[in-house]
Design a binder for this molecule. Sequence first.
Ligand SMILES: CC(C)(COP(=O)(O)OP(=O)(O)OC[C@H]1O[C@@H](n2cnc3c(N)ncnc32)[C@H](O)[C@@H]1OP(=O)(O)O)[C@@H](O)C(=O)NCCC(=O)NCCS
Length: 207
Amino acid sequence: MVTDKWVVVGAGGHARVVMDALLFSGDIQNSYVFADDDVALHGVEMLGVTVLGSSTQLIQHGTRFHVAVGANRTREMLFSALVDIGGLPFAVTHSSACVSQFAKVAAGSFIAAQAVVAPTSVIGMGVIVNHSAVVDHDCRVGDFSHIAPGATLAGGVVLGRGVLVGAGARLLPGITIGAEAVIGAGAVVTANVGPHAKVLGVPGRVV
Ligand SMILES: CC(C)(COP(=O)(O)OP(=O)(O)OC[C@H]1O[C@@H](n2cnc3c(N)ncnc32)[C@H](O)[C@@H]1OP(=O)(O)O)[C@@H](O)C(=O)NCCC(=O)NCCS
């Protein structure tokens, strides 16, 4: 059941957001399928696109895929497994996002509607820059991180791998966040944060 269409892996809310971005940009439903390991979803149509099967059924060497799963670790595991079998990750950028020509966005990342990525920022692999999030100038966003809706990274912020920046959080200029840290929704981060830490509040405190 291998497909020659481009595969959006996942069939949840985030996957529908990614598919919506592809279709908004003028692509046609017929170019894509969803893949999901939940067999109960196989054959279901969402946004006019069918959930055709599981990712391992649909993807082989040379198949184009985008992992559209919100959870950072799950996204990374699926991405790595599909790259290992020769799948080719593609990035998705909503046509209303504003990505500087001097920014870099790596394979498999998603830049949502109204998001901004400013000059010379570098977005790693499999990253989500969600609706209306801002990545200001000279930031570095580690692989498989997620910058949730409305969050802002000021200039020169550095995120490690697999960081979650919650909705509406603010990171002050030049802050560094360690791998797999979680920044709570609405937090204002005023100092560097170590790996695996959880930060809440205004000003942000490690809890
Ligand atoms: C920070 C976060 C991960 C904490 O999750 P958690 O560890 O499961 O924490 P809980 O929900 O059990 O809450 C624990 C305590 O922290 C408080 N809390 C939770 N999130 C908070 C936040 N963002 N800011 C301030 N306090 C918060 C709760 O009210 C609770 O307080 P209490 O002990 O006095 O009752 C989560 O609340 C959060 O902000 N996630 C970001 C979600 C997001 O933006 N996702 C993007 C989706 S697109």
